[in-house]
Design a protein around this ligand. Structure first.
Ligand code: AMP
Ligand code: MG
Length: 507
């Protein structure tokens, strides 16, 4: 028995070695590439000109039979991208053909994952094709995600399956329509290959567009290695690209803190739980990135966690402000390394990071004030908002629908304790009597529709079976989330049978 097990283990080890060798042969091995003739992107790359230590040049690994499932034509136009042939679009966005001007590379970064430092992460399944300057003069990264192994893949297959690709497509585009800074989705391509998770699943490639893919973790990797020259180069690059007004490393820190404070308040105002706010998933630009186990809440619960791997509730809904501050403290720790006078830099960085809770609170009050029709915030408004949230929590009200209904007579139907809600409503009516445009303010702050988890799961199930109609329907409705005409069916909370209790990491 024992010897039998031993033998089996030996065979396993050997098989792994062979697989590992095969992988090594693929990595860095330049396959005969074809070039796109009719897919034109006006590339103007700056990251590829940074020192070698910042990335590894590598081509996407071609897929078996790329098929375009979604292409964001409006975004393509903004980016100045044109294409003539659909077949070539699939080849390019599947990673089988390179557009002229692309300089494919995998970026290096590190990061704290659930609080523990991982000294090397990097693009393990993503490849930056390059940058374009869009019609608004903004520099944007174009990246393929799920495009094969890289030197940073650490045991992973470099691939993505269709579910998370479509989830990111829908949720990131919904976030954009909600007016919240986010990476965008340019395309989703089915690869024609299976990827293996617990079972075989259809593979896919997402084309992601971002203001940049610089993360807190990009700074951490150089700071932790003591590569100060690279850290300085990165800091100068980030300032030039995102915050040209910022004065040195501490100016950069302030600017990022301000953006991240706004971002977390914006998430909370729509009931969004990011789910995996590791420092490698926290951008320097202030865009939302990495839609893994994220979810919008249906029933309001301040302690809500969706991610199946977040067992301690580190990234629970109302923990998010604390975590953003923690992430900014990690950025501060990295940037301090650049100072000649360390004590002074520590002092300054501490002040900047300590100012963040007040920034978040102000942004939160502005957002939640608007949700109840108040634009001129007064001190007592915090209690008014919190009392409503407490009622919603107690009565299990649907976060989106309760806020959207607030101005109407039907609002009371969202609550169980009618007397308590009536008492709150009376206080609130008195308070907003002095607000000029309460109704319009509320309409612009309370979406009628959000991408509900159960609808996303239903959409994925259909897409796996080859039916993209639910995807199209979701995308159409989510494009105008503040519109009363939003698809009524998609606005309903899940029935008991439809509830999706947990989400899983997007790998
Ligand atoms: P994420 O959870 O998507 O933020 O990914 C964390 C790290 O794991 C990043 O370095 C990713 O590139 C890497 N990673 C995630 N999934 C895969 C995969 N299937 N293959 C290789 N690397 C992956
Ligand atoms: Mg990530």
């Amino acid at each position: 028995m024992i010897s039998c097990n031993l033998l089996r283990r030996c065979v396993l080890v050997k098989t792994r070695l062979v697989q590992e060798m095969a992988r090594k042969l693929v990595i860095g091995h330049c396959r005969p590439y074809i070039y796109s003739m009719t897919f034109i992107a006006p590339f103007d790359n700056s990251y590829a000109a940074l020192p070698d230590g910042f990335f590894t040049r590598i081509n996407p690994t071609p897929v078996a039979a790329p098929q375009v499932l979604a292409f964001n034509l409006n975004l393509a136009r903004t980016l100045g991208i044109t294409h003539a042939e659909t077949a070539e679009l699939a080849l390019t966005l599947g990673g089988n053909a390179l557009p002229a001007g692309a300089e494919p590379l995998a970026q290096l970064y590190a990061g704290h994952q659930f609080g523990s430092y991982n000294p090397q992460l990097g693009d393990g399944r993503a490849i930056l094709l390059g940058e374009v300057v869009d019609t608004n003069g903004q520099r944007r990264d174009i990246q393929l995600k799920g495009s094969g192994r890289t030197p940073y893949s650490r045991g992973g297959d470099g691939r993505a399956w269709l579910g998370p690709v479509l989830r990111e497509y829908v949720v990131s585009e919904a976030m954009h329509a909600l007016g919240i800074p986010t990476t965008r989705a340019l395309a989703a391509v089915r690869s024609g290959e299976d990827v293996y998770r617990e079972t075989a699943l259809p593979g896919a490639v997402l084309t992601r567009v971002a203001a940049s893919h610089l993360r807190v973790g990009t700074f951490q990797v150089f700071a932790h290695r003591g590569e100060l020259e690279n850290l300085k180069t990165l800091t100068d690059y980030a300032i030039a690209r995102h915050y040209p007004q910022a004065d040195g490393p501490m100016g950069l820190l302030s600017a990022v803190c301000a953006r991240q404070a706004d971002l977390v308040a914006a998430w909370m105002s729509v009931g969004f739980i990011h789910g995996v706010m590791n420092t490698d998933n926290c951008t320097i630009s202030g865009e939302t990135i990495d839609y893994g186990p994220c979810a919008f809440m249906d029933v309001f619960d301040a302690n809500r966690v969706f991610s199946s791997i977040d067992r301690q509730g580190r990234y629970a809904f109302s923990n998010q402000p604390q975590i953003v501050v923690w992430n900014m403290a990690q950025l501060a720790t990295a940037l301090i390394q650049l100072a000649d006078d360390k004590d002074a830099a520590i002092e300054q960085a501490t002040q900047i990071v300590h100012a963040m809770p007040a920034l978040i609170e102000a942004a939160w009050l502005k957002r939640f004030g608007a949700k109840i029709g108040i634009t001129k915030i007064r001190e007592e408004d915090t209690a008014l908002i919190n009392d409503l949230l407490a009622l919603m929590q107690k009565d299990g009200a649907d976060f989106t629908n309760a806020f959207r209904a607030l101005g109407s007579e039907n609002a009371i139907d969202e609550f169980l304790d009618r007397d308590e809600f009536e008492a709150w409503r009376a206080r609130w009516k008195t308070r907003i009597a002095s607000e000029a445009n309460a109704e319009e303010t509320m309409k612009a702050a309370n979406p009628a529709i959000i991408p509900r988890n159960h609808r996303i799961e239903q959409m994925i199930e259909a897409a796996v079976a080859g039916d993209m109609a639910p995807f199209e329907r979701l995308m159409k409705a989510l494009a105008t989330p503040y519109d009363d005409a939003a698809d009524p069916d998609l606005r309903h909370p899940p029935t008991d049978r439809e509830i999706v209790p947990a989400t899983f990491c997007g790998t």
